[in-house]
Design a protein around this ligand. Structure first.
Ligand code: OXD
Ligand code: MN
Length: 589
């Protein structure tokens, strides 16, 4: 196969690589994406004609389309995800590892002729604002038109990538072949030293939109360590006070723990004049600025969010964002071609088609939408989009928040004593598993910095990188931990969450500016019940707040043992500071 179609670049390294991959995969056609609006329309029409997308009710959902994935392919697959560094130690005990040469041979074997009868889409994309020193260029070669259309929403796709690249050869190479979408032939592989990703056998977003988890987190974290920056699984938001003061905050929660909701929070009526702006909802790239503060950009241009539970109560800004120009995947379909999912506003439809295409009614035992069904929506639709989202310099971060989904043990909020203690708190995050990845639903697992599935190298070295970054910051962000998910003995949530999280956010902002009190506890600085503003929160008392802030020593004994398990696993590369922090915590408790 030497016909490269209407190639839209002379960049020698790009052309050579596309040629090599086309010779390997043997597509019938090569199509070079330019990112234009006309192209989006044409590809969408093609996807509808191919049965990949279904046009939704355009009166209700203008510009929206529907996609169903193979039922065996609905979430990230951590067991099929590999970090192919030269040595197993570099990948570390929390990653699957395979030798690069062998793995590449196996993947090339699978990809050989794998695009016969299909089109290879060449997708040039830019992660981050044009002109930013933090931004990175990638090329994804995919035989999925769904991927091309999703990448156009999730990244700055097309000519803008060539402009950023110029004559440089520094770009990420990403190959994606769907093959027969069979779990036995599914591999998501990263070759960090070559800045290369090969993903085969899947068509699910997190496995195949290669700019997102693969480049922006796994390869990004590896490059960040070498180049002196940080790639983190964090939302970034700006809190604007009534006097115009803006405080930017980054927060790392594991997948499907409410990052999108928190990034789009609307403050309750009591907080008149306060506003939260979204910079990003999933990924932050951060580096020290010339003033000694940590600056963050959102490398993405869209939201790939979990649909179930999203409604006008939990996240009005998301509902407005996904009302147009959105691709829905694996939600339920109503007879008038509207979409539905568990937890959407209003009553369930009397009849619908479920995410597998089967008839569904409210009496059905199974869920209408897959628990990990998704929307892909452009960030430009978000009414709360921060103006600074395109600023090549990023935004200065005042606080970093870690969090997990914990029914017990972790109080609503606490502040670390200092950066090293904060790194320890991030390193020991535990969270109940969600539907975003296959397996283990509900079990508490350690998910350091919410990066367990996304750290592209040895987790112990990653902690060391965090510790090292402190030395490059004159004004390091304060570090906090939150838990919105604590429950009482009857399994009811103790904290109302969603917009009411503003009350905690306000305390965090005030702590950053040195104007909020806290009590010293064994875990860190905690607000007393009098320090969180509860005005206007009907039926919620200071006693309720005490319960959600409680530190239970019995629970903490168990927690310390679970933390120890992670540290034993990482022992060979664990920075000694983490062991000291653990000893200090044991002594304080
Ligand atoms: C995501 C995830 O899709 O973390 O963002 O799984
Ligand atoms: Mn995520």
């Amino acid at each position: 196969m030497s016909n490269l179609g209407s190639c839209n670049t002379n960049h020698p390294a790009v052309v050579a690589w596309v040629k090599e991959m086309a010779e390997l995969c043997q597509p019938d056609r090569v199509y070079w994406c330019n990112g234009s609006e006309a192209e989006r329309r044409a590809l969408t029409e093609q996807a509808v004609a191919d049965g990949v997308l279904l046009k939704l009710n355009q009166e209700k959902l203008p510009g929206c389309y529907y996609h169903r994935s193979n039922p065996n392919d609905v979430a990230r697959v951590e067991q099929c995800t590999y970090i192919c560094t030269d040595t197993e130690t570099e990948a570390g005990p929390t990653n699957n590892w395979a030798p690069p040469k062998e793995m590449k041979e196996r993947l090339h074997g699978l990809a050989r002729g794998g695009m016969k009868g299909r089109t290879m889409y060449v997708i040039p994309y830019l992660m981050g604002p044009p002109g930013s020193s933090l931004s990175k260029v990638g090329f994804e070669l995919s035989d999925s038109i769904y991927v091309a259309l999703n990448m156009r929403i999730m990244t700055r796709m097309g000519d803008v990538a060539y402009e950023q690249l110029g004559e440089s050869d520094d770009f990420n190479r990403g190959l994606h072949c769907m093959l027969d979408v069979h779990p036995d032939r599914r591999y998501i592989c990263h070759f960090p030293r070559e800045n290369l990703i090969i993903s085969v056998g899947s068509a699910y977003g997190g496995n195949v939109l290669l700019g997102k988890k693969c480049l922006a987190l796994r390869i990004g974290s590896y490059l960040g360590r070498q180049e002196g920056w940080m790639a983190e699984h964090m939302l970034v938001l700006g809190v604007e006070a009534p006097n115009g003061e803006k405080t930017y905050i980054a927060a790392a929660f594991p997948s499907a723990c409410g990052k999108t909701n928190f990034a789009m929070l609307i403050p309750p009526a009591h907080f008149q004049g306060w506003k939260v702006w979204t910079v990003g909802d999933d990924i932050a790239w951060m580096k020290p600025g010339p003033d000694g503060r940590l600056y963050a950009i959102n490398p993405e241009a869209g939201y790939f969010g979990v649909a179930p539970g999203t409604n006008y109560q939990s996240n009005p800004n998301a509902m407005k964002t996904i009302a147009r120009d959105t691709i829905y995947t694996n939600v339920a379909l109503t007879p008038d071609l509207d979409v539905w999912w568990e937890g959407k506003d209003g009553d369930p439809p009397p009849v619908a088609t479920d995410w597998q295409g089967r008839p569904w009614t409210p009496a059905s035992k199974e869920k209408a939408a897959h628990p990990n069904s998704r929307f892909t929506a452009p960030m430009a639709n978000n009414p709360a989009l921060a103006a600074e989202v395109n600023d090549p310099n990023g935004v200065p971060i005042s606080a970093i928040i870690f969090g997990g989904r914990r029914a017990s043990t972790m109080p609503l909020v606490l502040q670390a004593f200092n950066w090293v203690h904060g790194v320890f708190i991030g390193a020991t995050v535990g969270s109940e598993m969600t539907a975003a990845a296959v397996g283990g639903m509900g079990q508490v697992r350690r998910d350091p910095m919410a990066m367990l599935p996304f750290c592209g190298y040895n987790m112990g070295d990653y902690f060391r990188h965090w510790l090292r970054m402190r030395k490059r910051l004159k004004y390091p962000p304060r570090i906090f931990h939150v838990n919105w998910f604590r429950k009482d003995g009857e399994g009811r949530f103790l904290w109302p969450g969603f917009g009411e999280n503003m009350r905690v956010l306000k305390w965090i902002v005030d702590r950053c500016h040195g104007r909020a009190d806290a009590n010293e506890t064994p875990l860190g600085w905690l607000p007393g019940p009098q320090h969180i503003d509860l005005a206007g929160l009907d039926g919620f008392t200071t006693e309720d707040l005490e319960k959600v802030l409680d530190i239970d020593l019995e629970e903490w004994r168990r927690e310390l043992i679970m933390q120890e398990e992670l540290f034993l696993k990482l022992y060979a590369h664990l920075p000694k500071e983490m062991i000291f922090q653990r000893e200090l915590l044991v002594a304080r408790l």
